[in-house]
Design a protein. Structure first.
Length: 546
């Protein structure tokens, strides 16, 4: 039995989540469900990032406190994740006292271990607003690729930036060019970790290609020391005298949430966080799941912090998705060009959303969400293949065998094939190849439908009832195992099947349904979506665009 840690990215609590963000974190829940079914010890944590400039900006625009904004969206995130079937062991928030304390402890450990130093530099200052500007409040042109960028990072080329390097700088709130004034801050001596992280990345054979390539690019350029404090009013206090008006920078604070959430979970559930963070004789694998815009924070910054405080396990698997576009265009929250989670969840099944984002999502390359593909995917794959196979099999048994599993025998070759399917799809899931794993299972679904059609149980029933019973017994065993195999991806429909067949909790091994087992009342796994809704959804999308 292995210990599996899964850290899901922490969304900024400054606005509703859209499908692009969901696509980057959904693999975490698939992994958690799989490893639990396999029998491993799993700790799956995440939370809402309630600090940082995005929250402050939104609060300022709304005329309310950052905490009010954060609380509003944290509650919304929690509701959305619940509706989507996410199985976090703890989903918390960064504006809690417990998180603040752990972050301050890490800060002091880095300081005591000699990895933080004080330095006075000139920082962007808005003369209009009479204050130092957080990095995200400074906007301009990226000196690397020429795209519009924020002062902390360019989304176009993923370069970590310093505001002073931006060209044509302006203040985000007033639009005036900022001046510069001297201010003292603590800096993390990232350059000290260059050799260790190069060695670490060199052994990272289980990372996504995008994570390896981007991290190596940073290492080739040489790691640069970065400020870990900022002149802010909202965030975690710096636990050092003389720094009362400064906060710990969110880029070091937010990633520390993985550890603080683990310790909070242990405290709240009277458990032990150390098996998921400290190496021992037991196997330990740590997965980190996020979008590619967060790669350097998980492959350089967080490992450097862990190396600096010493004795904590480094990330093993980096699952970093590419970008999801919408109807051929980039998601844009400012122009309201997005499919918002509360909205889509109000009209469509969670399993339909989960299926599309895994089967057609940006696992290894940018992909597009279109309403046409989403609805045809639901009708063709979920309803037409999976739902059709389950419902017509069980409905036939209800009608022709009085709702009891008929007598039959599953041939050895099918047992072998199903066992191989567990092994092959499980190995793909563990490697983060969820799309391929799901396609492998659905290939089996399509083969099972073909078997049903070729056997023609409706004709067999008239000619040879015993042969018909064997066909349906065969199909029931397939359905029971599909409820295991698809549970990480489609938890709600698989839970329905478990109810139909009186199955126990999901496992990751072959199961069988006994002869004469009573089938409970069945209903449709999926309803057909009228293709007319494609035009309605596209119209709604363009209407909401600003």
């Amino acid at each position: 039995m292995a210990n599996i840690f899964i850290g899901g990215a922490w969304p900024y609590a400054n606005g509703s989540l859209h499908l692009g963000r969901l696509a980057s974190v959904l693999p975490g829940d698939v992994l958690a469900r799989y490893f639990r079914a396999k029998g491993d010890n799993v700790l799956y944590v995440s939370g809402s990032d309630c600090h940082g400039t995005p929250v402050s900006v939104q609060a300022s625009q709304a005329g309310i406190s950052p905490q009010e904004i954060a609380s509003k969206f944290h509650e919304e995130f929690t509701n959305c994740f619940t509706k989507l079937g996410f199985t976090y062991d703890l989903y918390t928030r960064t504006d809690q006292h417990y998180h603040h304390r752990i972050v301050q402890e890490l800060f002091l450990e880095l300081l005591n271990n000699g990895y933080l130093y004080r330095k006075t530099e000139r920082q962007a200052y808005c003369e209009t607003e009479q204050r130092f500007l957080p990095d995200r409040y400074v906007e301009g042109t990226c000196p690397v690729c020429g795209s519009h960028a924020r002062g902390d990072q360019c989304d176009a080329c993923s370069t970590l930036l310093d505001p002073s390097k931006l060209l044509d700088r302006t203040c985000k709130t007033c639009g005036d060019p900022p001046s510069e004034r001297p201010t003292e801050h603590f800096y993390l001596e990232l350059s000290k970790f260059q050799a260790e992280i190069m060695d670490y990345v060199g052994k990272a054979h289980k990372w996504g290609d995008n994570a390896i390539k981007l991290t190596r690019r940073y290492l080739e350029d040489g790691l640069q020391d970065r400020a870990v404090t900022r002149d802010l009013e909202w965030g975690v206090n710096v636990p050092v005298d003389g720094y009362n008006n400064k906060k710990i920078y969110v880029w070091i604070e937010a990633v520390s949430g993985y550890l603080s959430a683990s310790k909070q979970w242990a405290k709240e559930y009277n458990s032990n966080w150390e098996p998921f963070w400290k190496d021992s004789k037991d196997s330990l694998t740590a997965y980190y799941v996020h979008g590619k815009d967060n790669i350097p924070f998980h492959t350089i910054i967080w490992p450097a912090i862990l190396l600096g405080v010493k004795g904590l396990h480094l990330p093993d698997r980096i699952i970093s998705s590419e970008y999801l576009t919408l109807e051929g265009k980039k998601f844009s929250t400012s122009r309201n060009w997005a499919v918002w989670l509360p909205d889509i969840l109000s009209r469509y099944d969670s399993d339909s959303i989960r299926y599309f984002l895994i089967a057609n999502g940006p696992e290894k390359r940018d992909t597009d969400f279109s309403w046409r593909e989403f609805i045809y995917s639901h009708n063709g794959e979920l309803l037409g293949a999976f739902g059709n196979f389950v419902n017509r099999t069980l409905a036939f048994i209800n009608k022709s065998f009085n709702g009891h599993v008929p007598n039959g025998r599953l041939e050895g070759e099918y047992v072998t094939d199903i066992n191989h399917l567990y092994q092959q799809s499980g190995a793909l899931i563990e490697d983060g190849q969820l799309k391929e794993a799901l396609e492998l299972i659905f290939r089996f679904v399509r083969q099972s439908n073909k078997f049903f059609d070729e056997q023609k149980p409706w004709a067999q029933f008239k000619q040879n009832k015993e042969l018909c019973g064997n066909t349906l017994y065969h199909c029931v065993q397939i359905i029971a195992n599909l409820a295991n195999l698809l549970q990480p991806f489609l938890p709600f429909s698989c839970e329905k099947i478990r109810g139909f067949l009186n199955l126990g909790p999901a496992s990751w091994s072959f199961i069988s349904v006994p002869v004469n087992q009573q089938i409970n009342k069945i209903d449709l796994l999926f309803e057909r979506i009228d293709p007319k809704q494609i035009d309605e959804e596209v119209h709604r999308l363009h209407k909401q665009k600003q």
